[in-house]
Design a protein around this ligand. Structure first.
Ligand code: NVA
Length: 373
């Protein structure tokens, strides 16, 4: 691979400009997410049942891969270059000086791990032990882009210890009233002693980057992002969705579709004072319709909510990919003037994500714009 004279090989300033190259995740070798201080997975509809450990079944992996491959084919049919993660043995346990974990997770959701910010690739710290080395299946790609184009930047965030002391484990025991009482305190299962963030808590709007404070991103993580990115000309904005008592990853909550338009989660309004940045600049928020599945109908091992329906992938400011069965959302987007493409993706839900989560955009057209002058 060699750099072209024009647009750098790595170039993505927002979530919607025309997509040219993207990484699509893979379920190869996927394991169940282990119980650990930052994660208490539950079997849906079977409260208290033991969550499985070790490898997912060959059938579950094949079902997810079929849909991930289908997404890859759709993207290629739209002239998007598709790249895939390399192999990784997720069944291996990890032992560091600070923790042990029985197995790792998967490479279905590159969005959680890596983000392209302009011409720079940023590898997140991650927030869970089982995901500590999840950058590895993507490193061959990072090296390839970095070697091929001197304009490509590469920043690796400081790895936290993920020791017991980094977490606030009583978080998992708080009754719902306690969560409601604390909803503006932004205290979740990660404490504030170390820099912690997952890449999927960020959303890109040209010069402006939103970062959701969550179970997977703490205030130290946001400070690190601010101090690292603002000297490079970005503005970093912490955002909060106080009615989401288990926030993690912004892309089922607040999803920009094109300049001036956001798909918003009706159950999770953005904090009133943070809304003004959008309303003052003429942005419109449209509410996502009720998803087809209820939370109870989501797959038993899926730890994400029904709002995976909103986890759409933009191919351009006028074309968006939606999950095949989410008809109401497809209609809403079509009414807004979008060309709506669809793919089946329900079998990927078990891995915690949908179309946006399962991708990492490497190159889109466009440059750094100021949408909030
Ligand atoms: N934590 C989010 C999913 C993010 C991909 C949710 O459950 O809605």
């Amino acid at each position: 691979m060699t750099a072209t004279a024009g647009i750098p090989l790595v170039n993505a300033w927002n979530e919607w400009d025309t997509l040219r190259e993207v990484v699509v995740g893979s379920a190869d070798g996927a394991c169940f997410e282990p119980t650990e201080p930052g994660n208490r997975p539950q079997v849906r509809r079977h409260k208290g049942a033991q969550f499985p450990t070790g490898r997912k079944s060959a059938e579950a992996v094949a079902r997810a891969n079929e849909e991930l491959n289908g997404l890859a084919r759709l993207l290629e049919s739209r002239a998007v270059t598709v790249r895939r993660p390399g192999p990784h043995d997720f069944s291996r346990p990890l032992r560091t000086p600070h923790f042990d974990v029985e197995n790792q997770y998967c490479a279905v959701c590159p969005r959680d791990v890596l983000i392209t910010l302009g011409n720079e690739i940023v590898e997140a710290t991650m927030s869970r032990r089982a995901r500590y080395f999840e950058y590895e299946p993507y490193r061959h790609l990072v090296y390839e882009y970095w070697e091929a184009d001197p304009r490509v930047g590469w920043t690796v965030a400081p790895k936290p210890t993920m020791s017991d002391a980094m977490y606030r484990q009583d978080f998992w025991e708080w009754p719902i009233e306690e969560r409601h009482r604390r909803m503006h305190a932004s205290e979740f299962c990660v404490g504030q002693t170390e820099v912690v963030f997952d890449a999927a808590d960020m959303s890109r709007f040209g010069r402006d980057i939103l970062v959701q404070e969550s179970m997977t991103t703490n205030r130290a993580g946001i400070r690190w992002l601010k101090r690292t990115l603002e000297p490079k000309g970005f503005r970093v904005h912490p955002v909060h969705f106080p009615l989401d008592y288990f926030p993690s990853h912004i892309d089922c909550t607040f999803v920009p579709l094109r300049p001036g338009l956001i798909l918003a989660n009706p159950d999770r309004p953005i904090s009133q004072d943070e809304l003004s940045m959008f309303t003052d600049n003429g942005w419109e928020l449209i509410q996502a319709p009720e998803p087809v599945l209820t939370n109870d109908e989501m797959p038993p091992y899926c730890q994400s909510s029904k709002w995976l329906s909103m986890n759409v992938l933009s191919l351009s400011p006028s074309t968006v990919i939606c999950e095949e069965q989410e008809k109401s959302l497809q209609d809403l987007l079509a009414d807004q003037g979008f060309e709506v493409l669809t793919v089946p993706f329900r079998n990927v839900f078990e891995y915690g994500g949908s179309l946006h989560c399962a991708t990492w955009d490497i190159r889109r057209d466009g440059t750094r714009e100021d949408y909030f002058p």
